[in-house]
Each structure stands twice: as C-alpha cells, then as structure tokens.
Design a protein around this ligand. Structure first.
Ligand code: R5P
Length: 295
C-alpha cells in the first residue's frame, strides 16, 4: 500500500492567475498538433522564429559534388553552427554522429539522376524509417510546370498525409525546370499550391523583385534556398534581403560549404538570419573570421 503519511494537501492553485494560452510562434502553424510543433521548434529557433538549415542533400541526384566529397571531413565541423541539417538518410546513418541533437530534415523524394528528367521523382523513403531516425521534417521536391508536375504534387500530398499521422513536418521544395522563368509570379504560384495542399513549410528561391509578395501570399513559413555558389557578399545580401522580406530563414548549401571558409560563412549567415546583421557588416565579420582561421 502506498505510504500516505505526511502527504501535504495541495493548495497552491493560484486561482487569480489565468493559464496562458499563447499562439505558436510560427506563421500558419497554430493548429498543428503538439508533436509537430515540437519538431518545428527543433528546426526554427523559438527565440528568433528563424532557421539556418544547412543543406547537404545534393548527392541524392548529383553524387559527390564539390564540397561534399567527404561529409565527415567537410561538413561535420560545421554542425555546431547550424540550426538544422537537411540531408539524405544514407549520409545521416553513415556519417553524422548520433549525438547531433538539432533538427534533422530528411530528403524523402528521389529517383532520377542529373542524367535524366529531374521532375520524374517518386517518394524515396518510408515514414517508419523517418521516425526511427528521429526526423523533424521530410523534404519533397515539387515541380510546378514541370513534366511530372502532378506526380510530384502527389508525392507531396502522400508525404503530408503520412507526416500528419505521426506529427512529422513536410517541407515542400519548389524546384524550377531549366527553361522556366524564376520570378515572383512563378514562386507565388508554386509556394501557394504547396501550402494549399498542406505543406508545413516551403523552400523557395529568392527573387530581387517582389519576393515579399511570395512570402506574404504563402500562409506557412518560407525558407530561402541558397542556389549556386556566388560571391560571399552577394550570398549574405540575398540572405539578408530574404529575411527582411518575410522569409523564416534560409536553407543554404553551396554558398556555405563551397565558401573559402565554410566555418566563417556559416557563423556569419547565422548572424544575418537570427540577428539581422546587415550585409556590409556581415562581410566584415566573414573576412575577420576567415583571416583568424589562417593566422
Ligand atoms: C536541391 O535540390 C537540394 O535539395 C538543396 O537542398 C538545395 O538546392 C539547397 O542547397 P543550395 O543552397 O546549394 O542550393
């Protein structure tokens, strides 16, 4: 029998203090379940509302691209400075230390290599394995206007249904075909379709004209995709502008791991995303950190 001697009467009910009922910090995410919100808090900082996702999933269709030849040597040292890692389950299992406790976003679509039609993707992993790997979100490519547009949309909606069942977020990645015009009109269309069909958040490219119309017409958070390697000042300026124009952070790969100093670059991008560091100051920070490394 339980020992009930000395059990004190509960009396600290604070009846004059109403329980707080705060909205969740991320746009469009208030109606999600606790598990999904908890996973999103592993991706986005509850303090700034932003994320620096380090994207290293390129090998799923490109093989060992520049900067990702040796993930153990080139990427593992960057892990302390990202908020979230976006990668394939193969690289996660083989190369990332399980002591990594930040958000993991797993690439969940695939099929064609760079040698074939890229929009011909299918779902490439099961939700059960995502849960086994403790993923916070699964990423799926969506090719609006592409040859296999409908198939890619169905990949996304199937992933969303499975994710909603278990509380795993779905990141819809708007992929642009080679011949398509990358402008605000196209990205408004692509992002809105992904959100309307249930994506938890969306990744899209930055456009200098009208990016704020892309973020404002999308009812879930948008993270900016980095794109090909450009000069550091340009990459920092793009990240700064995207966040100022409504992005909830960046998902950046090549502009970090192909920089002259990837550690200096990721530390600097983090300041731009979370602390609104302006591009010229950010470049100073990057150069200073890079020079310190070489001393
Ligand atoms: C693209 O399909 C890959 O999934 C990357 O995650 C994405 O492009 C972001 O990487 P980057 O900044 O190098 O473009």
């Amino acid at each position: 029998m339980a020992d009930l001697d000395g059990v004190k009467d509960a009396k600290n009910f604070c009846t004059d203090i109403p329980m707080k009922n705060e909205a969740f910090f991320l746009k469009g995410s208030n109606s999600l379940d606790w598990g999904m919100k908890n996973r999103l808090s592993n991706i986005f900082s509850p303090k700034s509302g932003k994320t620096l996702m380090l994207a290293i999933d390129h090998g799923y269709f490109q093989g060992p691209t520049t900067g990702l030849e040796r993930v153990d040597l080139n990427i593992v040292p960057l892990l302390p400075y990202c908020d979230t890692l976006m990668l394939t389950r193969g690289i996660l299992r083989t190369t990332i230390p399980p002591s990594f406790t930040k958000g993991v976003v797993l690439r969940a679509s695939g099929g064609p290599s760079i040698l074939k039609e890229l929009s011909n993707e299918q779902l490439a992993m099961d939700m059960e394995d995502a849960l086994r790997l403790n993923a916070s979100a699964l990423a799926v490519q969506v090719f609006i206007g592409g040859e296999f547009e409908t198939q890619s949309i169905h990949n996304m909606t199937r992933l969303i249904d499975a994710g909603n069942r278990y509380g795993v977020a779905t990141l819809a990645v708007t992929a642009v075909g080679k011949d398509m015009k990358r402008d605000a009109r196209y990205f408004r269309l692509a992002c809105r379709i992904c959100a309307e069909l249930g994506a938890t958040y969306v990744k899209t490219y930055y456009v200098p004209e009208g990016f704020e119309t892309v973020t404002s017409s999308c009812p879930v958070p948008i993270v900016m995709a980095g794109g090909k390697k450009i000069p550091e000042l340009d990459a920092l300026t793009m990240a700064y502008n995207a966040v100022q124009e409504g992005a909830a952070g960046v998902d950046m790969g090549r502009n970090i791991f192909q920089a002259d100093s990837p550690v200096a670059m990721i530390k600097t991008v983090s300041k731009v995303v979370h602390e609104n560091l302006k591009p010229d100051h950010a470049l100073d920070m990057y150069e200073t950190l890079k020079n310190e490394e070489n001393d």
